[in-house]
Design a protein around this ligand. Sequence first.
Ligand code: NDP
Ligand code: 8X3
Length: 261
Amino acid sequence: MKKLTNLVLITGATSGIGKASAILFAKKGNDLIITGRRKERLEKLKEKLVSKYAVKVKPLCFDVRNYKATKKAIGSLKGKWSEIDILLNNAGLAKGFSSIEEGELEHWETMIDTNLKGLLYVTRLVSPKMVKAKKGHIINICSTAGHGVYPKGNVYCATKHGVEALTRAIRIDLHEYNIRVSQVSPGHVEETEFAKVRFDGDTQRAKIYEDFNPLTSKDVAQAVYFVASQPKHVNIQDIVMMGTQQANVTIINRNGRIYDK
Ligand code: NDP
Ligand code: 8X3
């Protein structure tokens, strides 16, 4: 098989930031492994990227919370498909919005299992080949919730603070193998299913972007691509980014979507 071009594995490519990143990396000529639990969406995205950008795309359907399934999926990558240049650890979610004394254990476990353990499982399975090759780039999608906390954000914020600690710790472990470890930390991002997932499909509660302009998934994809496309001696450690109407994790100018006008 012909050499793959700067192979990027993206977790959570079926929607939002992961999908927007897949589209941008494909547009720039990168070959891709796209992952997520929704097989149909992966197949549809593959079709689109292959026909529009003439790149090679392999869909892998698995749940990052399940180590056995994750190991099987990553283990199925043979030859050039196993030589991943960039790992984008994006799969993640928030579940619920409750003060700690009312939090649902199932929500907490889902967030911890996905945002932390899932990221760790994928990294554990992909990084050995990068170490052997003495090259690679791991980019984690953190959040402003990994830098600050907000009311009722408790466990989601804790998982993202964990991602922030892991980005720094993994960089210490891997820098001597020339592996770059970076993260992108966005504030609110629309064109995603984040709010819908957080509020269990309650579309009314999920309307959290109507009175201000947040970032879009494409804005975040641009930042991810910027991180990934620096010269090899440059490692962007973190990009913290928010929409202009958002000042920090709690302060947002909700006086209307001024940039839509
Ligand atoms: P989306 O809900 O649109 O995308 C989440 C992606 O993660 C989906 O592709 C989903 O795929 C995948 N995913 C979720 N759980 C699992 C799982 N158990 N196994 C495999 N894949 C999984 O939301 P976003 O694009 O917003 O979220 C992407 C990342 O960005 C997350 O880490 C989130 O925390 C972070 N983030 C989001 C912000 C926002 O405001 N939207 C702001 C800051 C950070 P599938 O369901 O098919 O498995
Ligand atoms: C998503 C942004 O502020 O909803 O990470 O936690 S926030």
